[in-house]
Structures are given as structure tokens and as C-alpha cells.
Write a protein that binds this ligand. Structure first.
Ligand SMILES: *Cc1c(COP(=O)(O)O)cnc(C)c1O
Length: 382
């Protein structure tokens, strides 16, 4: 006779139907997804090798090429958040003993140092005060001194609000026979990016910042020099899930099963990219710049100071100095609790010193700037 066990109900948690507050996400990400993106995500699910899904995969790749201004064949959304894109970029390029030079001008540069080390790279660092960016001469001196296989830079440092200028960097990397790897998580869809013109060999991004899609996908692109490096590897990529020699066969004509693509996330990213194509890159970049300037003017009117100098200040993420005598954390909490507006504090060198305000993608709108400035004035009593 079969004895049935009694079910333990200890973890049988009964919860209310999900009801989340309507936050305005003006921090460093995620930003609010566009309503059309959320709508697309609720479309009927199909199989991940369904002909209609395969068509969608091709559309996504083509629109990503537009967003990045690249002709790279290997351009795909990696399953995972922006950090999975970072990990994929590094894991595929690095073989143990390779010299990787990372430009560290904030938190995300530090994360690349950590990741590159885990894949066996000899990591070298150039460092910069948080809020500044590297000059071409500083990068040249770094390449001359360390002769790296890869130079890794962050285009838009979300921890500081600074933009790394890239004109001339690609030529420099070619002169030193080094690959250029670029983090474009907070720049893709928000500020000018010309991957091919700039000679960027590998770039990655995230769905959740200026693309107005929820977190969950990480666009990745590899140019011819990077593909060549991939083909000449002597060791296997040390990460099965993110091995682009396998993943690219799923996204390429072979359609060989590797892992199941997150179907609904890819629907969402398709709509997010459709929005970008509709608006056009020039208009998108101009909108981000105009709304950021509106914010900067409003902050100045309130007597608040931006941390980054205007020439390299990101339109997608602004760091504002917390005035003397103000409890930055308490003010941010008050914005969240009383106004449903999320902004963030600083990290690392800027912890306790700045607030971080994001105007990304769908959220980069004049009415959001007005709302935030009004709420901030109330909270600060200004
Ligand atoms: C947000 C961010 C990441 C990481 O993305 P996640 O989606 O949090 O994994 C990487 N680099 C930069 C510059 C970012 O802003």
C-alpha cells in the first residue's frame, strides 16, 4: 500500500494580489518602461524556435545595429541584465594571461576590473577622479606603458554622470594592436554613439536604461577584429551560458538550440527599438539633451550644483551635489514616500556627496523635470 505523505503547509504563504506603487523612476536605472513596451510583453507566447519568433530575432538584430550605428553581423541581445553583457564581452575576449587595461573613472570600471580578473586576465588600471574622464593623451600613455590586448572603457559612467569622449580612441587602439571594448549601458538610445566610426570592437548595453524596457536583456555586438580574436582562441570561453561561439549559432542561420531566449523580454525590446526607429536617433539624442538642460537650469535656479563639468556631463544621468546640512538619504526617501519619485545617492567616492538623477528613454520628458524640480524644492524648503 502506498502511504501518502502529509504536505507541510509551513511555507504556504497566502498573499494579496500584486499591487505595486506607481513610481517615477528617475534614478540610475531601471527607468520606467514605455507603455507600448509593457503591452508588447503581454502578447501571446510562442516557442523560441517558432518561425514568427525567428523573424522577430532578425528584426531585433537589425534595429540594434541602427541603435549602435554598426554593421556588425554578431549583434544580439544577451539573456540577462547589463552586467551579463559586460560579462559576455569580457569572457569572450579574454584568455588567461591576456593583458586587459581598464579605464576606471567610477563604479562600473571597477566592476570590469573584478570580472576581467576572474577570467584570468592580467588586469591593469588607469584611474581618474570620479566625475572626470580620460584624455586621449592619458589613454595613449596607458597603451604605451601596458601594451594591453584589450582596452576597456565605460562610455557613460552611471556612478558619476561623466561621459568618456571616444574620438580618436579606436585609431589609437589599432595603432597599438589592441581591441577596444565599450560599456554603453547608459548611453545606448540616449546620447550619440557611432560604434563603427569610432572603431569600437566590442560593446554591450542593457534594456533597462535609455531603451525604456524592463531589465532582463543585454544587447552585445562584436566587430570583425573581435570575431577574429574569438576564432583564434586557444582555450574555450570560460562561461558556457555566455559563449558567443555557441549563442551566435542560435541567433544565426543555424538556429541551433543553446538556451531558451526569454520570449516576453524580446517582445519588449523589439517594441523599445521600434520606438527608437520611429523617433530617429538624432531626435532621440536631442530630446535627452534638451530635457537634461532643463533639469540643469532648474537645479541651478535652486542653488544646486552639478558635479560634472558641462562638456562631459551625461544627458541621461546627472549627479547633483547634496548641499551642506542636508541629509541626502532622508531627502531621497521623502521624494519616494511623498511623491513616488525615485532618485539615488552616490556610490564609492561620491557616497553621501551627490544625488543621481536619471532622465532615460521614455522618462526623458519635460513634465518629469518639472515634477521632480517642484518636489525637490518642497523637500529642501527652497
Ligand atoms: C546599470 C549599468 C550596468 C549594469 O547593468 P545591470 O542591468 O544593473 O546589470 C553596467 N554598466 C553601466 C555603466 C551601468 O549603468
Amino acid at each position: 500500500m502506498i502511504r501518502t505523505r502529509t504536505v507541510n503547509d509551513a511555507h504556504r504563504l497566502r498573499t494579496a494580489q500584486l499591487d505595486m506603487p506607481p513610481r517615477l523612476l528617475l534614478g540610475p536605472g531601471p527607468s520606467n518602461a514605455h507603455p507600448r513596451v509593457l503591452q508588447a510583453m503581454s502578447m501571446p507566447q510562442v516557442g523560441h524556435l517558432d518561425p514568427r519568433f525567428i523573424e522577430l530575432m532578425n528584426e531585433l538584430q537589425e534595429m540594434l545595429r541602427y541603435a549602435w550605428q554598426t554593421d556588425n553581423a554578431l549583434t544580439v541581445p544577451v539573456s540577462g541584465t547589463g552586467s551579463a553583457g559586460m560579462e559576455a564581452a569580457l569572457a569572450n575576449l579574454i584568455e588567461p594571461g591576456d593583458v586587459v587595461l581598464v579605464g576606471v573613472m567610477g563604479y562600473f570600471g571597477q566592476r570590469m576590473v573584478d570580472m576581467a580578473g576572474r577570467y584570468g586576465a592580467e588586469v591593469r588600471q588607469l584611474t581618474k577622479t570620479w566625475g572626470e574622464a580620460f584624455t586621449l593623451d592619458e589613454l595613449r600613455a596607458g597603451l604605451e606603458k601596458y601594451r594591453p590586448d584589450v582596452l576597456a572603457l565605460v562610455h557613460a559612467e552611471t556612478s558619476t554622470g561623466a561621459r568618456q569622449p571616444l574620438e580618436g580612441v579606436g585609431e589609437l587602439c589599432r595603432a597599438y594592436d589592441c581591441l577596444l571594448l565599450l560599456d554603453t549601458v547608459t548611453s545606448l538610445g540616449g546620447l550619440p554613439l557611432f560604434l563603427d566610426d569610432w572603431g569600437v570592437d566590442v560593446a554591450y548595453s542593457g534594456s533597462q536604461k535609455c531603451l525604456s524596457c524592463p531589465p532582463g536583456l543585454a544587447p552585445l555586438t562584436l566587430g570583425p577584429r573581435a570575431i577574429d580574436r574569438l576564432h583564434r582562441r586557444e582555450t574555450q570561453v570560460a562561461n558556457w551560458y555566455l559563449d558567443m561561439s555557441l549563442v551566435s549559432r542560435y541567433w544565426g542561420p543555424e538556429r541551433t538550440y543553446h538556451h531558451t531566449a526569454p520570449i516576453a523580454m524580446n517582445y519588449g525590446l523589439r517594441e523599445a527599438l521600434r520606438l527608437l526607429v520611429e523617433e530617429g536617433l538624432e531626435a532621440r539624442w536631442a530630446r535627452h539633451q534638451a530635457n537634461a538642460e532643463l533639469l540643469w537650469d532648474g537645479l541651478a535656479d535652486m542653488g544646486l550644483q552639478c558635479h560634472v563639468s558641462p562638456e562631459i556631463r551625461l544627458p541621461s544621468l546627472t549627479t547633483v551635489r547634496i548641499p551642506r546640512g542636508v541629509d541626502g538619504k532622508a531627502a531621497a526617501r521623502q521624494l519616494l514616500e511623498e511623491y513616488n519619485i525615485e532618485i539615488a545617492g552616490g556610490l564609492g567616492e561620491l557616497a553621501g556627496k551627490v544625488w543621481r538623477i536619471g532622465l532615460m528613454g521614455f522618462n526623458s520628458r519635460a513634465e518629469n523635470v518639472t515634477l521632480l524640480l517642484g518636489a525637490l524644492a518642497q523637500v529642501l524648503g527652497r
